[in-house]
Design a protein. Sequence first.
Lengths: 134, 134
Amino acid sequence: MDDLSFLIARANAQSIAAGNAALAEFGLKVRSYSVLTLAAAEPRPSQREIAEFLRLDPSQVVALVDELQRAGLATREPDPRDRRANVIGVTLAGRDLQRHAQRALARAERELRADLTDAERTMLADLLRKTAFA
Amino acid sequence: MDDLSFLIARANAQSIAAGNAALAEFGLKVRSYSVLTLAAAEPRPSQREIAEFLRLDPSQVVALVDELQRAGLATREPDPRDRRANVIGVTLAGRDLQRHAQRALARAERELRADLTDAERTMLADLLRKTAFA
DNA sequence: ACAGAATACTTGAACTTGTCAATGATTGAA
DNA sequence: TTCAATCATTGACAAGTTCAAGTATTCTGT
């Protein structure tokens, strides 16, 4: 039971729990926060790009964007260059909330991973990046 | 989006997908394999201990043990020392299957994490262990 | 010894997530 | 221009999570 996949699974469960707890005060979850963050980036992504990046089914992205839009945080416009696609962006409120949520999340993560030094956290991130984007 | 939790989530999704694929030929999934592996250990765990270790709700463990038992892989006996609790173990077939599945899983994992050297994999496991069992 | 709190498992319900197939609109390619 | 591919959407369904309630058993304090 000391294999990589098990350790990763456990660390992930902790991340999600801590993340959702930290995001609760913003009315967000890890999922909706991720979508909001991508929507706040430039260039604004399409739903397909969001789905691809987060490894979600496109139909899940529909629901997530619906939710953010209803909350007045995200915008959804047809892409003028490809009218099949929607361009997802953020409202002013969305951008503001994203910033606050990002800070809260970073704080929660540092707390959760407090047993690692800064150097170890960096090392861990590097290794994960190397294997997770192969 | 390059924070630890995101990377962990992504690596986890890959692990589960690759793990389930590798375990399919044994009729197992990552979940049932984990329970089977714990059941094969000494001393044999109770369902509560399995739930705690895998961070599952006790009711989920009921279903998982049911499944393994129906497949003739796991045994479930009341603990003579505490008749509220069940002691979960493995049958001969269960032990045998666990061994084969373990090998297949290790192989799949090495393959999935092939972009890391052995030393890096060890380092990654050490870091995860340090943060996941704080 | 006894009552009451606590624990282990089980069941079932509600809810969230994950997966898939089908559809309409639009675009790209032969 | 026609045919295939792509993007978003919907709806159906399986799988996973979380909770509350119930039974049996054990533990605690008197």
